[in-house]
Design a protein around this ligand. Structure first.
Ligand SMILES: [Zn+2]
Ligand SMILES: [Zn+2]
Length: 174
């Protein structure tokens, strides 16, 4: 739980930084993304009228499953401009920002993770990882590849859920 002691906020705000176990992200049963270490946060809280404005950055190491070759790879998701406001009256002594940190980090997970830009993916016929070398099942000479229509097509990585959506609850079946 990432908790900020609001009683510590002075005239110039209050800064907190630290680590939080990756379990906060609740990715235990996610088929694509797994937490791979602690979440790191650096946050500043300021009073703005009746609100507490929290800004800063958070990041978390993750293991993601490549959407082309299905191999797992390590990466870091980062929210470089975390910014949320809270009603001070509702958080008179301490403020728990865990839910927003979690949600913002999950939104940074790409919809189509790639282990690297040039990942060749798996053979559609035999399932071989084409990054490790070509397989034997080359399409017959002259026959159009069923995938030729996809030449030049590239997946556009994007957030998993639209900003403002309910996030993980809307995850689509693949
Ligand atoms: Zn890959
Ligand atoms: Zn093959």
């Amino acid at each position: 739980m990432i908790r900020i002691e609001t009683t510590q906020i002075g005239e110039n705000g209050y800064s907190v930084s630290g680590e939080e176990p990756g379990e906060l992200l609740e990715l235990e049963h996610d088929p694509v993304a797994q937490a791979a270490g602690p979440i790191q946060y650096e946050l500043t809280v300021e009073r703005a009228g009746g609100e507490l404005v929290v800004r800063g950055q958070v990041e978390a190491p993750l293991t993601l499953r490549c959407s082309r070759c299905a191999q797992f790879f390590s990466t870091t998701v980062r929210v470089s401009s975390f910014l949320h406001a809270y009603e001070w009256a509702e958080n008179p002594e301490s403020l728990d920002v865990s839910a927003d940190v979690r949600e913002d980090l999950l939104l940074e997970i790409p919809g189509f993770p790639l282990c690297h830009d040039g990942c060749k993916g798996l053979c559609a016929q035999c399932g071989q990882d084409l990054n490790e070398g070509p397989c034997a099942c080359v399409p017959p000479e002259g026959a159009p590849s069923p995938w030729s229509g996809l030449d030049g097509w590239s997946a556009t990585p994007g957030p998993r859920a639209p900003k403002g959506g309910t996030g993980r609850g809307e995850k689509k079946k693949t």
